[in-house]
Design a protein around this ligand. Structure first.
Ligand SMILES: [Zn+2]
Length: 247
């Protein structure tokens, strides 16, 4: 069977070095997730699983040019600590940890690094440090959440509440119904958004996320400028996550 290994950790040191030295390996994804409460019906690992799936599928499409670093499974979730079981790290620790992973990849010769995020609470802390990290690493370093790539028209078409990713709501419940339905505890659904979730919506929205992330990587490798602000989708539209402006 053809070699389709896309996780850095699945390669031996020699295989990794050869891929870089032969010019086959051009970019890396560092997935950042969370382990936090996701209401009564979704499991706490949701964001980490979701972003890892999208990272892996995007890397496969560009194989062997992209490798996926071991995902970072705990993020900034202080706002959910009232719900026991949530795991959080302080923003400064989280950012420095992510930086060190990126620094490791830079030291290994990777010139394009995409921090691909799957948890809203990680966005502001990392965006505040991004320029500093770009200066320090002197590589093509980007930070985006996987949902930043969505076309607002598509979001409106499938999400009755207009929200994406939301939290344990219509989108996340739909995508998990498509990915690993046994992880959606349907009988425990309590919120209106999650009740509107379907497997079909999840399937319709997973593919464009994978294609969009693969495209970001392709353009990073090609050295193209990429204008992709950190956003979230709400009923009022596509909202910039730092400025609150509707785009
Ligand atoms: Zn989530």
């Amino acid at each position: 069977m053809a070699d389709q290994r896309i996780y850095a950790g699945d390669l031996t040191r020699q295989e990794f070095a050869e891929r870089v030295d032969q010019g086959n390996l051009r970019a890396a994804i560092v997935p950042t997730g969370a382990t936090e409460q996701h209401n009564e019906h979704l499991e706490m690992i949701h964001d980490t699983l979701h972003v890892t799936h999208i990272a892996g599928q995007a890397a496969l499409r560009l194989f062997p040019q992209v490798v996926v670093a071991t995902p970072i499974p705990i993020g900034v979730s202080e706002h959910w600590m009232a719900h026991r079981g949530t795991l959080t790290v302080r923003p400064e620790i989280f950012c420095e940890y992510v930086f060190d992973v990126c620094h490791s990849l830079q030291r290994a010769g990777i010139r394009n690094i995409l921090i691909l995020n799957g948890h809203g609470g990680n966005v502001k802390p990392l965006m505040r440090r991004l320029e500093e990290y770009q200066d320090k690493l002197q590589v093509n370093l980007r930070f985006n959440s996987y949902w930043d790539v969505y076309d607002p028209v598509l979001v409106r078409q499938y999400m009755e509440l207009g929200r994406l990713p939301g939290h344990a709501c219509e989108y996340e419940t739909s995508t998990m119904l498509a990915l690993e339905p046994q992880r959606v505890h349907v009988a425990a659904i309590r919120n209106e958004g999650a009740a509107a979730a379907t497997r079909d919506k999840g399937e319709a929205l997973l593919e464009p996320a994978i294609a969009g992330v693969a495209d970001v990587l392709r353009r990073m490798i090609a050295g193209e400028e990429i204008d992709l602000p950190p956003v979230t989708f709400r009923a009022e539209g596509r909202v910039h996550m730092l400025t609150g402006e509707v785009l």
